[in-house]
Write a protein that binds this ligand. Sequence first.
Ligand SMILES: *Cc1c(COP(=O)(O)O)cnc(C)c1O
Length: 430
Amino acid sequence: MHSFHYQRGKLTCESYPLDKAAERYGTPLYVYSSHTIVDHYQRLDRALHELHHEICYAVKANSNLSVIRLLADQGAGFDIVSGGELYRVIKAGGNPTKCTYAGVGKSREEIEYALRCEVLSFNIESEQELSAIDEIARSLNKRAPIAIRVNPDVSASTHKYISTGKTENKFGIAIDRVAEVYDRAQKMSNVRIRGVQMHIGSQITEIKPFVQAIEKMVPLVRQLKSDCGIEFFSIGGGIGIVYRGSLESGDKIWWKEDQSRHSLTIQEYTGATIPLLKSLSLRVLLEPGRFLVGNAGVLLTRVLYVKKTPAKTFVIVDAGMNDLIRPALYQGYHEVVPLRESRDQPLTKVDVVGPVCESGDFFAMDRDLVRIEPGDLLALMSAGAYGFTMASNYNSRPLPAEVLVSGSEAKIVRRRQSYADLIEHEIAEG
Ligand SMILES: *Cc1c(COP(=O)(O)O)cnc(C)c1O
């Protein structure tokens, strides 16, 4: 369920009209619905009530301080992948002792910082990292809480760039080696074993990979519970969302991204996984990112030009791949809809492209759109996850502003960068 709908001919977020946001704050502009974020969190939380569980929001999906705060207020923990994300969580009022710290390349500075902040757990991704953390913890006279990230070698049937649970991926430690590594960890004086973790990929829209991975893990988890006294099993994130048809089907939580439009509901996800997890009698951690925020955000953009060539019609907009890179990076799909509702009008096939000097700078190819004119406003739907967090200054384009809507109110939660901001840290030597 998300909160973007046409009301009296205008696309609105909750009850705030989006054309008003564009006029007020300019474009390109990210707009998030606080209601959608909270609603998704609460639905997942309720569906898991049978389990002793903790939802650790994956901050990399959307790390705006106000988004973190919203989820911290709901009681969320956080899944972080850098010292910078830990800093954000703390600044937003989140609790560092509810943070799980993942990532294959944690630096010494980051490890020291996380140890000082007393994170819940370091998710260990290699044996060298385990030794490094033991050594760094010793130098600080601390014991590092750890969970080993297991690579269960299952196929997540998602884009290859966001698949993480196969042996050819760089993540985790192979399942058949894990017991041995826990054995080593038990002998380390500055490491404390707290749990076991996995995360098989992102935008997974079928239940099968989740079930396969958990089933593969269960015997190991049982063994670790008795041998090492682990307290938690983190099953990671990866729950897929609706991208296609996300506007008209706002009442579905997530769908399979194919033509058959088979829907997979949150009840199906928890219905299939809870029975496997319940018998473990352990605390279960989940690390959803996209699921909580993906459909809670849109990127607003204004049409600059409509360029017709013999082969194509290009709708050139003022947002670019530097603002939203998902289509260029992994063929991510976003619905493109006009802010002004237009029913029963003829459709033409257009490419919606940005101003950046790259042919990969597009949002939609051969998409059916109603007649578009320069000056029109469009929304790129479902841009709340891996949108702003992946934005860059490429082509020296200032980062867009971000707005958080609650009911009929909109608040700026990150101001637009200025040209001066672009060069703030630079030095013109000589
Ligand atoms: C990115 C990431 C997540 C979140 O993935 P989503 O697909 O956004 O749910 C969870 N856990 C880890 C370790 C990650 O790296």
